[in-house]
Design a protein. Structure first.
Length: 206
């Protein structure tokens, strides 16, 4: 199976692109969803987070206080690395396990911090969803209601746009309407099917 890693900066439109691939019956595995599953109330990872960052990171109902933790880790790179050390081994192990169960010519792994964490070897090709920073900011403000300071912290923690594009095998530009975005996904869907059909070992053809 050809493995495509889908990544991009915050507000670039990764989730929408992933949903379009899913509509084409492409198996999609989302790292953020796996992370949420790892930190359900009572889980070992959640207990480890409480020990590392303090019991105030856990809400009264036992769930993770995502907003509080997000503010902390994006303000402090060292704390962000601590959280990654807790979550990323489990996320990538589960991702690799799920890949083995999938059927189809190719699958899509949605990994927002793929390049920042140096885990790009999990995939055969990297697909970057790109958008101008001004548009990213507008989308995130509308979606999450973040302040400019919170947005700055998140953007500063992520790889720069130029570096991300340099790492891409394929690029989707998400600066138009949904119809244009869907059309770009359809073009890549055809390309990935062709690549998967043309070789039984796509990793050998990097």
């Amino acid at each position: 199976m050809l493995i495509i890693a889908l990544t991009g900066g915050i507000g670039s439109g990764k989730s929408t692109v992933a949903a379009f691939f899913a509509q084409l019956n492409v198996p999609v595995v989302d790292a953020d969803q796996l992370a949420r599953e790892l930190v359900v109330p009572g889980s070992p990872a959640l207990e480890e987070i409480a020990l590392a960052f303090g019991p105030e990171m856990i809400l009264n109902d036992g769930r993770l206080d995502r907003s509080r933790l997000r503010r902390l880790i994006f303000a402090d790179r060292k704390q962000r690395r601590r959280l990654e050390a807790i979550l990323h081994p489990g996320i990538y192990a589960e991702m690799r396990r799920r890949i083995q169960t999938l059927q189809g010519p190719y699958c899509v792994l949605v990994i927002p911090l793929l390049l920042e964490t140096g885990e790009s070897t999990i995939a055969d090709r990297i697909l970057v969803v790109d958008a101008p920073e001004s548009l990213q900011r507008e989308r995130v403000r509308t979606r999450d209601g973040l302040s400019d300071a919170d947005l700055d912290a998140i953007l500063n923690a992520q790889l720069g746009r130029t570096e991300r594009l340099r790492a891409a095998a394929d690029i989707i530009v998400n600066d138009g309407d949904l119809a244009l975005l869907k059309e770009q996904v359809a073009v890549l869907h055809s390309r990935y099917q062709d690549i998967a059909a043309s070789t039984s070992s796509p990793r050998d053809n990097h």
